[in-house]
Design a protein around this ligand. Structure first.
Ligand code: F6P
Length: 505
């Protein structure tokens, strides 16, 4: 079905609102400051500084209805094969809750729950051992989610274990990770859905040799037999995952074992319960109050109607400093597509460049460009109302900066001196967590997962495959013989580069 009619309507609204500052929209409709906000439990989202008005928002919601958004979520939660190019379901929701009466989804929930029991037993076993350090080896979805959540929720001085993450194939990463550790007091978890990922296999070999064998090696994979055989890992130390969970949606599975070791198994279960509560919000809310749908419609308005080519996530909570990096994979590996489900070209732009950083550091880095640059970058600001550190004055300063930046970007400031004028009209969504807890972080991540899915439905693309990562891998494997001097490269520039490398090595 063509997206064109819906987008044409939206563009007519944008023309009607031409250049409307959110500040002028607020002047016309002061109630939007409150009305353009939505809440789910301890999470609050204020969209008042976006540049659509009530009529444009109605048109956005009409677009969502025209794409059967409610039915699309039902199909996702029921375990239908929404990942049509790989003929798979995408049942990350079944990892954390029993939200569907469909047999497939209920069976997935039961299977995941049984593995979660095994996870808990492994955590207890390791907690009773003399192990002090855990090295989690994985990359992409087998790294970014665990790394984010373990860092966000760990105790300031560290918990029962020091958990280290090793992802890059660059040997410097392994060297710097292992140098300060004692192999006798270290266990390693090899996480790889396919167990065919070059980086993880190479780093896994380094860990096995460094540990002096596989006795303290664990593995998580959708290919448990391959994992066990490749590294001689006893079956009881291999936890399964499944093809019906995408790698970048998998932290809720046994991929989250390093999380559970870093923050405790009970708090890991709290993370899942927070996500599950948000799942219920997405399933049961009317579209107009569905936060993920509103977030997705806002993204489509900024991308397809206003043509903005980037989206920033600025986390005014240092514990969420890794959220932008995690979201880069979740969003850009899911939505970085240019053909629709039927293989025809998409009818407009899809994912913008997602990036971000932690406030207030970002104000001393790239915020100049956000305030006075020629491009407009819509932002998500994420803040936490209750701090969990003893520095009250710092928290007041952090929150004052958070609110000030959003206000300044939106309202700007005129000046006789053009060098000191701020155009304003920079849109943002303000996301406030009551506190950073396992539950609130689980809900926040689920919100983004479901916004990504809603955007894929609006664009008519598959959020769950990632064929675009294959060519680079194939070429890299093909260049290894040339790097070893055993063959010639075919690409003329690569050939020159290899000659330079050889001459300088
Ligand atoms: O980036 C490609 C990718 O396949 C991701 O989708 C995935 O999360 C990552 O590589 C790691 O894959 P695996 O978990 O199979 O090692």
């Amino acid at each position: 079905m063509s997206m064109k009619p819906g987008f044409d309507t939206l563009r007519s609204h944008a023309a009607r609102l031409q250049g409307a500052h959110s500040s002028s929209l607020l002047a016309k409709d002061p109630a939007r400051a409150r009305d353009f906000a939505l809440r789910q439990e301890s999470l609050y989202f204020n969209f008042a500084r976006q540049s659509y008005d009530r009529d444009a928002l109605d048109a956005l919601l009409a677009l969502a209805r025209s794409r059967d958004m409610t039915g699309a979520y039902r199909r996702l939660f029921d375990g239908e094969k929404v990942n049509i190019t790989e003929g798979r379901a995408a049942l990350h929701t079944a990892l954390r809750g029993d939200h569907s009466g469909a047999a497939i989804a209920r069976e997935a929930y039961a299977t995941a729950s049984a593995v979660r029991l095994r996870m808990g037993a492994l955590v207890a076993e390791l907690e009773a051992s003399g192990i002090t350090d855990i090295v989690s080896v994985g990359i992409g979805g087998s790294d970014l989610g665990p790394r984010l959540v373990a860092d966000a929720l760990r105790e300031p001085a560290g918990g029962r274990f020091r958990v280290h993450f090793l992802s890059n194939v660059d040997g410097a990463a392994a060297q710097r990770t292992l140098a300060p550790l004692d192999p006798a007091r270290t266990a390693a978890i090899l996480i790889s859905k396919t167990f065919g990922t070059q980086e993880t296999l190479l780093n896994g070999g380094i860990l096995r040799d460094w540990l002096g064998g596989s006795e303290r090696l664990y593995a998580v994979s959708a290919n448990p037999e391959r994992a066990a055989a490749a590294f001689d890992i006893a079956a009881e130390r291999v936890l399964p995952m499944w093809d019906w969970v995408g790698g970048r949606y998998s932290l809720w599975s046994a991929v989250g074992l390093p999380i559970a070791l870093a923050i405790g198994f009970d708090r890991f279960e709290g993370l899942l319960s927070g996500a599950s509560e948000f799942d219920a919000h997405v399933l049961n809310s009317p579209l107009e109050s569905n936060i993920s749908v509103r977030h997705a419609l806002t993204a489509v308005w900024n991308r397809n109607v206003l043509g903005h080519a980037a989206h920033g996530v600025m986390t005014y909570d240092q514990r969420l400093a890794l959220l932008p990096a995690y979201l880069q994979q979740l969003v850009m590996e899911s939505l970085g597509k240019s053909v629709k489900l039927d293989g025809s070209p998409v009818e407009g732009d899809t994912v913008p460049v997602w990036w971000g950083g932690a406030g207030t550091d970002v104000q001393h880095s790239f915020f100049q460009a956000l305030h006075q640059g020629t491009g407009i970058v819509p932002l998500d600001f994420v803040g936490t109302i209750r701090n969990d550190d003893p520095y009250a004055e710092n928290h007041l300063a952090l929150m004052s900066n958070l609110f000030a930046q959003a206000e300044a970007l939106a309202n700007g400031q005129s000046s006789e001196d053009p060098h000191r004028a701020y155009a304003g009209g920079r849109p943002s969504t303000l996301i406030l967590l009551d506190a950073l807890t396992p539950q609130s972080l689980g809900a926040l991540i689920a919100m983004y997962e479901h916004s990504v899915y809603a955007q894929s439905v609006l664009w008519g693309i598959n959020a769950f495959d990632q064929f675009g990562v294959e060519l680079g891998k194939q070429l890299a494997n093909g260049l290894l013989p040339a790097l070893r001097g055993e063959a010639e490269a075919s690409d003329p520039v690569t050939k020159v580069l290899l000659a330079e490398l050889k001459a300088r090595a």
